[in-house]
Design a protein around this ligand. Structure first.
Ligand code: 5AD
Ligand code: SF4
Length: 461
């Protein structure tokens, strides 16, 4: 069925386009949101390139533009509507142009109706579980000339196709989808559904295939990777999976994202210290420091148990670095609660933090809480949080000065083609002056400079 779909569409839209324009149609994917969306966009890229589309250099100028959307905060939603509006004229000039919208915004809430009513320039809408249907949906749109919507089918991506990733050396592997946690602020479980784990065999075969192709740094991806394997017919723990992936010959670095503090087990903490490829870095969102806020967020851990896990990680994994997500201004958050958040930031010493003002999401429990915090209080807390966090990031980066760091060179720097960028095992971004031939290589560098966001390294040996 999947193969037929691919053939159908590639025989129609792409060939028709080539006959008419004498060149292959171009595509562009505009991705909002998290790493899960970024990885879904790589799957879409794979399908389109297999059909004969070519990637456009311009994000908002292509024959097929796909918006992969996010629902986590309102501003990501607003951006999509703005960008869709801007395409109206382009579409008038290029009637063969196609526009599709997919991702979390299409799963729940009013966006589908808004698009149907206000954005007639959109041709195709599909959901997070319908990526594989895209070739077939293009075809359906071509034959009907109408908006085609597919969000119902649970049609997982074919796990055995080779995904074309954005980078040739560093990549994500999806190990699970969905989330069962229902944190009260979060829309993800409503958009992405319940937790479902992929089988160990298919994960391992994808990792092996990637390593054969030259991948060196792999991140296992899921909304809550620590609860991996619970829904499998023969349940497996995340630590067991991590150990098996660590054994894949030729792999250099292994990471995972995102972890939930309540599910980080001692078994995993010990394994992280022992498994040689598992990198010395973890993203561990704590969201808020106050126990009463954490309880109302439904996070199921306390400030004390979070800090205890951090201490265990520091002991077990030599040189481990931490990053986190923090929300300020959750309903009912008092100044005293907020001080607990600052206290955690000071105690852990994060290298990076993603900080957010609480944003009401219709459909979530916290949206119904009565004691919403005023916008100016949220803004003030966010600024005070950054005032505490930035000097810590700065000091952390300063501590790398003069050290020798192994960097995996990932590609050219966006600002200067004579400089390459890469990461340390601790996930620190390093700019290195070297030529392109080093892309994909592990090099030793001496850190000679830094700012709050990145380090500068010089090659040694
Ligand atoms: N408001 C603000 N931040 C949110 N996040 C999730 N939902 C919301 C919301 N309603 C943040 C959390 C999460 C990250 C991906 O986004 O910190 O970890
Ligand atoms: Fe959202 Fe909480 Fe699930 Fe993370 S663990 S995706 S914050 S519900």
């Amino acid at each position: 069925m999947k193969e037929n779909n691919n053939k159908l569409a590639s025989n129609s839209y792409v060939n028709l386009f080539i006959n008419r324009h004498q060149h292959a149609p171009t595509y562009s994917i505009i991705t909002h949101g998290c790493q899960m969306n970024e990885h879904d966009s790589e799957k879409i890229k794979t399908l389109l390139e297999n059909m004969g589309f070519e990637q456009s250099d311009e994000k908002l100028d292509a024959d097929f533009i796909i918006f992969n959307t996010c629902l986590v905060r309102e501003n990501a939603e607003m951006k999509v509507y703005g960008q869709l509006g801007a395409l109206k004229n382009l579409k008038r000039e290029n009637p063969d142009m196609l526009i599709a919208v997919c991702g979390c915004m299409m799963q729940t809430g009013p966006a589908r109706d808004i698009i149907r009513e206000k954005y007639p320039q959109v041709d195709i809408v599909f959901g997070v579980n319908n990526i594989n249907s895209l070739p077939y949906l293009i075809d359906r749109h071509l034959s009907s000339g109408k908006l085609v919507v597919d969000i119902e089918r649970k049609d997982d991506i074919d796990e055995d196709i080779a995904i074309k990733r954005e980078n040739e050396y560093v990549g994500y592997v999806n190990i699970m989808t969905g989330c069962n946690n229902f944190c009260t602020y979060c829309i993800v479980p409503y958009a992405r559904g319940r937790e479902q784990s992929r089988s160990v065999e298919s994960i391992l075969s994808e990792v092996k295939r990637m390593v054969d192709q030259g991948y060196k740094d792999i991140t296992l991806l899921g909304q809550n990777v620590n609860s991996y394997g619970k829904t499998l017919e023969n349940p497996v723990t995340f630590t067991e999976l991590l150990t098996k992936v660590n054994d894949v010959e030729g792999l250099e670095r292994l990471r995972f994202l995102t972890s939930h503090p309540k599910d980080i087990s001692d078994e995993l903490i010990n394994a992280m210290g022992k498994l040689d490829k598992v990198c010395e870095n973890i993203h561990l969102p704590f969201q808020a420091g106050s126990n009463s806020v954490l309880e109302r967020m439904h996070r199921k851990y306390t400030k004390e148990s979070y800090l205890e896990k951090i201490e265990k990680l520091k002991k077990s994994v030599q040189g481990i670095t931490f990053s986190t997500d923090i929300i300020v201004g959750f309903p009912g958050e008092t100044e005293e609660d907020f001080q607990d958040t600052l206290d955690v930031v000071r105690k852990v010493g994060y290298e990076q933090a993603f900080t957010f003002k609480y944003n009401r999401r219709p459909g979530t429990k916290a949206d119904l809480f009565e004691d919403q915090v005023d916008e100016d209080v949220k803004q003030d807390r966010l600024e005070r949080l950054l005032d505490v966090a930035y000097p810590i990031f700065y000091e952390k980066n300063k501590s790398y000065l003069g050290t020798i760091q192994e960097v995996l060179i990932e590609g050219e720097s966006k600002n200067n083609p004579e400089v390459m960028t890469g990461r340390t095992r601790t996930f620190k971004l390093v700019n290195v002056k070297c030529d392109k031939s080093y892309i994909g290589k592990l090099v030793n560098t001496k850190i000679v400079d830094f700012n709050s966001f990145a380090l500068t390294g010089e090659m040694v040996d």
